[in-house]
Design a protein around this ligand. Structure first.
Ligand code: ME8
Length: 512
């Protein structure tokens, strides 16, 4: 295989409950990034999955009167169904309870041990079960309610037990040198700055095993201990490409990962612990970690007690999968926090999709249907305006590529929808419906140019809205092998004389 590769992952979710909108957002955005690269000619490997071990799973299961494994088995199919419902194109779905993942986790442990980076000691300090994270005392605060909270605002508890440690402190300089040499390693910049100042502040060795419960991967040679859940969780990214078989075709081809997409609350694990584990094990770090923001329902954090949890299944049922994907990708600058509400979603559906793109397609294609027997016309001589707007469409790919390579998905969609707006102005100004009698050749040209603009918009919309974009391309009779990005621009122009199917609406208005 000669194509350049692109290995992209999401965080793996804790299946301690039903998937929520934050999980949906992460996987659908990562899917858009993966689809973009595939359409741009890359050999993409896209991994998502579930993070099943740890005390949080044990405690939630105990409350429900079942085992952690039963809890995982109950919820994991919901995460898989959600990815399917959201039309995600993941190549694999990893569960950390799988035998392949036990092998990989024990192998990386052995490598870190052999490197002299693991030693036995005893841990005494603060632990947040909700975050599955250790916090230094200085990162916690005792609040008026008498509860001590950690850096992310979740309660912490005092833990004291025998534990294995990872010599994280030994990697401080190497990590800082890595951030310096690879400024693209962490995005967006604010997250990078946070990580750099955290590491500059000094790294303590990390407790990496627990003895008070047994739902985890046994420490090799000392099964009284299970691995700290984050050691095994992060390892999923290499399990997914065949580790510990480092000579396998898949590992050699795909590792290091090109992009780990995660939420902003778990940057420290990905940008500090993970590269340190990999350095220790003699493996390359991922090329980039990008943290998206958090979603809020009308500015409020979702919580079961507030009753504002919107589940991904009902939101897709209410609006449809592509409108949901499009809304989150266009509305929320990727990397920043975002808000959603019924009104905001309906507004995007009706303005951007039904009016701007949907109407343009419907009006131009039905004119071809009615006036030209459904046969795409040959264009006549092109006017300066025709040339200009076609050139604008032809110039979109480099803009979109640059935006996607920086995970600025919203900027790519902005650029495409600016063209949609221009195309609407063009269509209104040219008034092809008036030309039918006076200048049919000019009418044919305007309809051809409009159809060609829609073709390019549809091709570039595939990462965000795979199903709807495919329908638009069907209406333009674009063959399946002419839908990738190498068909953008003049080389893929629609061919006059092509018989088009009867046009149907692709973007219905949302009616209350
Ligand atoms: O953190 N908005 O799992 P998780 C946007 N198992 N994203 C959100 C969100 C919200 N409201 N809430 C959560 C874990 N997320 C670990 C990851 S990776 C080796 C292990 C994001 O189920 C969150 O930031 O708590 C994370 O990226 C993902 O959802 C899974 O969160």
């Amino acid at each position: 295989m000669t194509a350049r590769k692109f290995y992209i992952t999401t965080a793996i979710a804790y299946p301690n409950g039903e998937p929520h909108i934050g999980h949906a957002y992460e996987v659908l955005a990562t899917d858009a990034l993966a689809r973009f690269k595939r359409l741009d000619g890359y050999d993409v490997h896209f991994l998502t999955g579930t993070d099943e071990h740890g005390i949080k799973m044990v405690q939630t299961a105990a409350r429900a009167g079942i085992t952690a494994r039963e809890l995982a088995d109950r919820n994991v199919p919901r995460f898989q169904a959600m990815a399917g419902l959201l039309d995600c194109s993941n190549d694999d779905f990893i569960r950390t309870s799988e035998p392949r993942h036990y092998r990989a986790s024990q192998a990386i442990w052995e490598r870190m041990l052999a490197a002299g980076d693991i030693y036995k000691g005893s841990y005494a300090g603060w632990y947040s079960v909700r975050d599955e994270a250790y916090y230094a005392e200085s990162e916690t605060e005792l609040r008026a309610d008498g509860v001590r909270y950690g850096a992310q605002g979740t309660p912490v508890e005092w833990v004291e037990e025998e534990s294995y440690f990872f010599r994280l402190s030994a990697y401080q300089d190497r990590l800082l040198a890595h951030y310096e040499a690879h400024p693209e390693f962490i995005g967006p910049d604010e997250r990078r700055n946070e990580v750099v100042s955290f590491v500059k502040g000094g790294l303590k060795d990390l407790s990496i095993s627990r003895t008070t419960f047994d739902w985890g991967i046994p420490v090799p040679g000392d099964p009284k201990h299970v691995m700290y859940v984050w050691v095994d969780a992060l390892t999923n990214y290499i399990t997914g490409v065949g580790y510990p078989d480092v000579e396998s075709e898949s590992f050699r081809r795909y590792w290091p990962a090109d992009l780990h997409v995660i939420g902003k609350d778990i940057v420290r694990f990905h940008a500090v612990y993970w590269p340190a584990f990999l350095f220790s094990a003699g493996l390359e770090p991922p090329k980039r970690v990008f943290a998206h923001g958090f979603l809020f329902n009308r500015g409020e954090k979702m919580s079961k007690s507030v009753g504002n949890v919107v589940d991904p299944f009902s939101i897709v049922e209410a609006y449809g999968v592509d409108p949901v994907r499009f809304f989150f990708l266009r509305e929320v600058p990727f990397g920043q926090d975002g808000n959603y509400s019924h009104e905001a979603i309906v507004n995007r559906i009706n303005a951007d999709l039904a009016n701007d793109l949907g109407n343009l397609a419907q009006r131009s294609l039905s004119m071809i249907g009615k006036n030209l027997d459904g046969i795409l016309p040959e264009p006549g001589a092109l006017s300066a305006d025709d040339e200009a707007i076609l050139a604008a469409a032809d110039g979109l790919l480099p803009l979109c590529r640059q935006a996607f390579d920086a995970q600025q998905i919203h900027l790519a969609l902005n650029a495409v929808w600016n063209l949609v707006a221009e195309a609407n102005r063009y269509f209104a100004k040219e008034e092809p419906w008036r030309l039918r009698k006076t200048d049919p050749v000019r009418m044919a040209t305007v309809l051809y140019v409009t159809a060609e603009l829609i073709r390019q918009v549809a091709i570039l919309s595939q990462p965000a809205m795979p199903g709807s974009a495919a329908k638009l391309l069907d209406l333009l009779a674009v063959p399946a092998d002419r839908r990738a990005f190498d068909a953008l621009g003049p080389s893929g122009r629609l061919v006059g004389g092509t018989v088009l199917p009867t046009p149907t609406g692709v973007f219905p208005r949302y009616q209350e």
